[in-house]
Design a protein around this ligand. Structure first.
Ligand SMILES: [Zn+2]
Length: 248
């Protein structure tokens, strides 16, 4: 690290758990963020600010006026632009050192698997179950850690799936049926900072995974109710009959 980097990341390097070695690990890391909306905005901003060396941003959508209430990477002048372009510009202003790649289309099949295989951590900041399941399956196949988050109305949840470890449950051990669970912010609404809180938690977990510090939410599902400010943590177990990671 040069003097400027030592100064930029000084408040992080100060942390005994992270130190210079941990910051070096972050600088040498590559995070894949799928979704540049309400969750992806704070995730990408915090990972860039914290000095994760390489970010790959995936989104096929363009910025809409109704996004701006919560998708803080994008501004009024970005309406109509691809979200990944708007995001790339905002992140470059925040930390020009970070190498940002963008994918302005829906990643599926072998292309999704390839993108995931090339990352050190995957952050699911998508808003639908079809995408969440596809990301999970590819992460299990490529054995990559997945930081999962969801927020809607006044509630949110976060977990980490350590697919690089044999004993870890996967997202499908938790959710099977996409039909009854499909809900979106466009239909149900969401309070602006609720996605910010969940995205910030996802960023925290991704940094811990990349730096190799602390105890992650692996094997736990953290649930938050913003109406009552109550947090709950549920234990997750690997399901031997899971269609994705199970023995069969
Ligand atoms: Zn599973």
């Amino acid at each position: 690290m040069n003097d400027e980097q030592l100064l930029r990341y000084s408040r992080q390097i100060m942390l005994p758990q992270l130190d210079v070695a941990g910051q070096q690990r972050l600088l040498g890391s590559h995070a894949l963020i799928i979704g540049m909306g309400g969750l992806g905005s704070p995730v990408a901003m915090y990972l860039a600010a914290a000095g994760v060396g390489r970010l790959t941003l995936v989104d096929f959508d363009t910025v809409d006026l109704s996004n701006l209430q919560r998708q803080i990477l994008h501004g009024s002048d970005d309406i109509g632009r691809p979200k990944v372009e708007s995001a790339r510009e905002a992140l470059a202003a925040l930390n020009p050192e970070v190498v940002v790649s963008t994918v302005n289309r829906k990643l599926e099949g072998p292309a999704l698997l390839e993108a995931i295989a090339g990352a050190d951590v995957v952050i699911d900041a998508s808003d639908n179950f079809t995408t969440r399941f596809a990301i999970n399956d590819a992460c299990v196949e490529a054995r990559k850690p997945l930081v999962s988050g969801a927020a809607i109305r006044m509630e949110g949840q976060v977990s980490v799936f350590h697919n690089e470890r044999e004993e870890s449950p996967c997202y499908r051990c938790l959710y099977r049926d996409e039909g009854e669970l499909e809900q979106t912010c466009s239909e149900n609404g969401v309070l602006a900072p609720v996605v910010g809180v969940i995205g910030a938690l996802q960023a925290t977990e991704a940094l811990k995974v990349l730096a190799g510090i602390g105890e992650t939410l692996g094997g736990r599902l953290l649930l938050w109710d913003a109406m009552t400010m109550e947090w709950r943590s549920l234990k997750l177990r690997k399901d031997p009959a899971c269609p994705c990671c199970g023995a069969a």
